[in-house]
Design a protein. Structure first.
Lengths: 158, 293
């Protein structure tokens, strides 16, 4: 079947839609649902900008078909901030530490870091943070401020 | 960079998957985690008429223990192997090597069967499976067969899998008492494809001589390479620095790595010797200490 009906819980809301089977999850989120926070960089699984959480685990949304997410739960960067715009502690820490410049890669970093913090509740070492963000590329800032931000996020969330 | 049109099929059982393969096999591709297939689709290097997504076939998932082997279902994800206490205890080479597979975003989707079936010569799973002398269990609607890595891997991205077959499970021999293991790799950046990788398992006699050595190199050849002369040379030897150095250079002439922008042929051949020596050192040290992780 070239078209399929899917039911996906996206940022807490159940979405039922007909999708073309060849649509990537990243394109579905951006073009069909208007969730343009998920950025598409390389489209072959190298840059990590399109990282979202699938059932709580980080995945590259450009390496998944939308139809594969049928029945599952997806979280995008739009789920982080409060409704009134108050930043999530990870976002606040990135802002405080100049951990972004152009911001293109940032949604992917934020989602990777969210999963990392959930799975590593204790303050990690620099090496552990480097390993956690190794699947995300940033071409502006370098990574020092991102590492600083991750550490501050651990403080802010308390 | 968007996949071409295809018909999407999602079997809910192994039987259903095998029936679909029997019907559409010639024009179908199996999708497990999709971490290699979707880039191929995105770049239009592969344009199958049908995608058979085995992601919901529960019979193909899971890790279980038999007498001498750990059996891992083809649809089991890297992350599940990485976190498995059973694998860490009984087949620790896999635990060590699997962290080199891509990044955690890749390992949370990519599967063991998918990596084996894709047969990238620099991928970690084919190399470790070859070093361990494991087996691949293949199914079609008609039959189930078990093949060795040497029978399975034919060349770059080419395996003995027929269009109507899929990988049911992979059998990884458990580590034996008195053995040590090591996985060594050099990649341009962590998570990139290996320039060269070496997996080794060494078994020592009670007196410290080498009882058995099983080794495979990846990235240095079109299929995982077993350095038979090195293995033969090591058996019965009391390992010391000079023996290991000699062993590591023994078979370099047989290697035929492809040079590319990431590393020349000569560099990969040189690296093969360096990593082989390091892997042997580490495996022997672990065997001596009886330390498995």
């Amino acid at each position: 079947m070239s078209y399929c009906n899917v039911k996906i819980k996206i940022n807490g809301e159940v979405i039922e839609k007909e999708v073309e089977s060849r649509w990537l999850l990243s394109d579905f989120l951006r073009d069909k649902l208007g969730l343009t926070g998920t950025h598409v960089g390389c489209e072959h699984g190298v840059c990590g900008a399109c990282t979202v959480l699938l059932n709580g685990e980080p995945v590259r949304s450009c390496l998944m078909l939308a139809v594969q997410a049928d029945g599952l739960e997806v979280e995008t960067v739009e789920s982080l901030a409060e409704e009134d715009g108050t930043f999530h502690p990870i976002q606040q820490a990135f802002a405080n530490n100049h951990a972004l410049q152009c911001g293109f890669c940032t949604p992917g970093f934020l989602m990777s870091v969210k999963n990392f913090m959930e799975t590593h509740p204790d303050l990690p070492t620099d090496d552990e943070i480097r390993e956690a963000i190794s699947g995300n590329l940033c071409r502006c800032t370098g990574y020092s401020n991102i590492i600083k931000a991750v550490k501050e996020a651990y403080v802010l969330k308390c | 960079m968007k996949p071409p049109k295809f018909s999407y099929l999602r079997p809910n059982s192994l039987q259903e998957a095998l029936d679909m393969l029997a019907e559409y096999g010639d024009d179908a591709k199996i999708m497990s985690g999709g971490q290699s297939l979707i880039p191929l689709l995105n770049m239009r290097l592969s344009t199958p008429g049908y995608i058979i997504d085995i992601g919901r076939v529960e019979e193909l998932k899971g890790i279980r223990e038999e007498e001498d082997v750990i059996v891992i279902g083809g649809m089991t994800r890297h992350v599940d192997v990485e976190k498995s206490a059973l694998v860490r205890e009984k087949c620790p080479l896999l635990t060590e090597g699997i962290t080199w597979v891509g990044h955690n975003q890749i390992r949370s989707r990519g599967t063991i069967g998918g990596s084996i079936a894709h047969a990238d010569p620099s991928a970690e799973l084919p190399c470790m499976l070859t070093a361990l002398r494991g087996e691949i269990v293949i199914m079609s609607r008609e039959e189930e067969i078990t093949v060795s890595p040497e029978e399975f891997f034919l060349s770059y991205l080419l395996t003995s899998l027929e269009p109507n077959q899929l990988i049911k499970e992979i059998r990884f021999p458990k580590i034996k008492k008195g053995s040590g293991y090591a996985f060594e790799e050099v990649a341009r950046r962590h998570g990139d494809f290996a320039l060269v990788e070496v997996a080794a398992v060494v078994e020592l006699e009670a007196d410290g001589t080498i009882a058995d050595a099983k080794i495979a190199l990846g990235g240095a050849n079109s299929v995982p390479f077993i350095p038979e002369a090195v293995e033969g040379f090591l058996i019965g030897k009391m390992p010391d620095d000079s023996i290991l150095k000699e062993a590591a250079t023994l078979q370099l002439g047989d290697l035929d790595p492809e040079g590319d922008i990431h590393g020349s042929k000569e560099y990969r051949r040189y690296l093969s010797g360096v990593l082989l020596e390091r892997a042997l050192y580490k495996a022997i040290a672990r065997a001596r200490e009886g330390v498995f992780v």
